[in-house]
Design a protein around this ligand. Structure first.
Ligand code: AHR
Length: 536
């Protein structure tokens, strides 16, 4: 099912070969870093988050209520805040997802006891045991407080499906107008927040090709224009985000991007569009993996499927460039992650609360390396969803709380945030696979690098289940005076953190040898590695 073949893998934004190509032997790699050619800054927002009123994400996951026995900050789960701060969470997208196109923000402001109980898009699919209604106890003010506690920028997804431009503008003025200027701002002040929230990121709809209205690309282009044409810019430095493709489709959904830009082209300078947001879920219909089922075939299926993301970024970037030659409009990966088949829920009553394991951590690391390498194109990405859901960082159930292996990837990759992307070249063997009877190739070792002053960070993913990779790292034009390593791995490919064993998968230090300017490190099988190299 899987064998190694002698192939050279070249990785990097400026991927030209330096020196003669030479294939490495069975489990060896040569890595060259070029800090002298450091490129675009890796926006911290590439490490962003997404939370939705769905299953146990908001209620219990984040909002436990002020009277809860779970330690909380005015109703917000304290542990969630502490851990999100620890990884420097840069932003939170809310309130959906599909929920956003049925959400009327006024239902979620004012005294909590007087807020209406309303319909939630997800309720018909939620398993038994979950409240039949949306209480609206977590609304705009609670969300803004959460963002402030974490130090994250708010990103609001606007209701296009069942809302109006007027409702959108009222929300903008409510959030961003200084008290004393417009009535909406005074209402915010009366509801307890005299200072404006200063929301910059506004997503105009969500999945308008699906749950957000089942629109055609042309219809969405018309709706987008109508929604932003009179956007109240007076009090806000707005960043407007359009609904991009369903890149989970086998084709990558290129026609959505092309037809939207074609329809908008005559107006591309006005109304404004700052970013185009694609959604990409691994496994959506094409692998039947469950979170807790990890046969060798399922391991490689998920990683191979997830690695498609790189070509999808390139596909849509190219189409956008046909209409927007200077690439003023950036890409956002608004929702991404592994979506396993149902059957491994940590708490069955919480929709999509799938078990996250080591495999999901490797998938996340591989995706971050892709984002870093394409940092010049991408303005933001948001993993779906932060807690008690698809590719989560945390699971919570009352006073029980765990960090998943994916959480630790955020922790290990943190030094990339805000650093400059560094081109790298990796020479090793690719892995040959069979998927659905067809042969396929998976990278043998992939990674990304960045530079912050004299600190060089190199992150690597070894997807092989059976082979460690002895690697030599050379830094072109510079020398490392100090090297430190961390590794996330486990002897069991299905290893996960559970309420019974919360630290089963956690990073450990990794030995790195440094001699004569060359770094030697062994990358264990099925692992994520982060190296910190101080340049002399
Ligand atoms: O993350 C779960 C759902 O996936 C979101 O609500 C929707 O946007 C996507 O289809």
């Amino acid at each position: 099912m899987q064998r190694r073949a002698f192939l050279k893998t070249t990785i990097g934004a400026a991927a030209g070969l330096v020196g003669a190509p030479r294939p490495a032997s069975a489990s060896e790699a040569e890595i060259e870093l070029r800090p002298g050619d450091a490129g675009p800054v890796i926006s911290p927002h590439l490490y962003g988050h997404f939370i939705e009123h769905l299953g146990g994400v908001i209620y219990d996951g984040i909002w436990v209520g002020p009277d809860s026995k779970v330690p909380n900050l005015g109703g917000i789960r304290q542990q969630f805040v502490d851990d999100m701060k620890r990884i420097g969470a840069p932003n939170l997208r809310w309130p959906g997802g599909c929920f956003a196109d049925g959400y009327h923000w006024r239902d979620g402001v004012g005294p909590r006891s007087q807020r209406p109980r309303t319909y939630n898009f997800w309720q018909p699919t939620m398993p038994e045991g979950i409240d039949a209604t949306e209480t609206n106890h977590f609304g705009t003010h609670e969300f803004m407080r959460l963002c402030r506690l974490i130090g994250a920028e708010p990103y609001l997804a606007v209701n296009v499906g069942s809302g109006t431009p007027r409702e959108f503008y009222d929300w903008v003025l409510y959030c961003n107008g200084p008290a004393g200027t417009v009535t909406q701002a005074d209402q915010r002040a009366a509801n307890g927040d005299p200072s404006p929230f200063g929301v910059k990121y506004w997503g105009v709809g969500n999945e308008s090709w699906g749950c957000g209205g089942l629109l055609t690309a042309e219809e969405y282009a018309a709706e987008y224009s109508r929604f932003v044409a009179q956007f109240p810019r007076a009090y806000t430095k707005a960043y407007l985000i359009g609904v991009g493709p369903n890149a989970s489709m086998e084709s990558g959904h290129p026609e959505w991007t092309r037809r939207f830009f074609e329809a908008l082209e005559p107006r591309l300078q006005w109304p404004p569009l700052d970013a185009w947001a694609m959604h990409f879920y691994t496994s959506f219909g094409r692998t039947a993996s469950k979170g807790n089922q990890v046969s060798p075939q399922e391991w490689y299926d998920v990683l191979h499927e997830g690695a498609r993301l790189e070509s999808l970024i390139e596909q849509h970037w190219k189409i956008m460039g046909e209409f927007d030659k200077e690439h003023r409009v950036k890409l956002i990966i608004d929702e991404w992650g592994v979506w396993h088949a149902r059957g491994s829920e940590i708490k069955p009553a919480y929709l999509f609360s799938q078990q996250g394991s080591l495999r999901d951590a490797l998938h996340a690391a591989m995706s971050f390396d892709i984002f870093n390498r394409h940092s010049g194109k991408i303005a933001m990405t948001n993993l779906a969803q932060t807690i008690n859901c698809l590719h989560s960082l945390f699971a919570a159930d009352g006073d029980r709380f765990i960090r998943t292996p994916t959480y630790y990837v955020f922790d290990m990759y943190r030094p990339h945030m805000g650093a400059q992307q560094v081109p790298l070249e990796i020479r090793t063997q690719a892995i040959q696979l069979t998927r659905q009877g067809t042969s396929a190739t998976l990278f043998g070792l992939a990674g990304s690098a960045s530079l912050d002053e004299r600190r060089l960070t190199l992150t690597l993913v070894n997807p092989a289940l059976d082979a460690a990779i002895t690697s030599r790292v050379r830094i072109k034009g510079a020398q490392a005076s100090e090297a430190q390593g961390r590794v996330l791995t486990h002897s069991d490919r299905a290893a996960a953190n559970t309420f019974a064993s919360p630290e089963e998968v956690a990073p450990k230090s990794l030995s790195v040898s440094l001699s004569g300017g060359e770094i030697q490190v062994t990358i264990p099988a099925k692992s994520v590695v982060a190296l910190q190299l101080n340049l002399s």
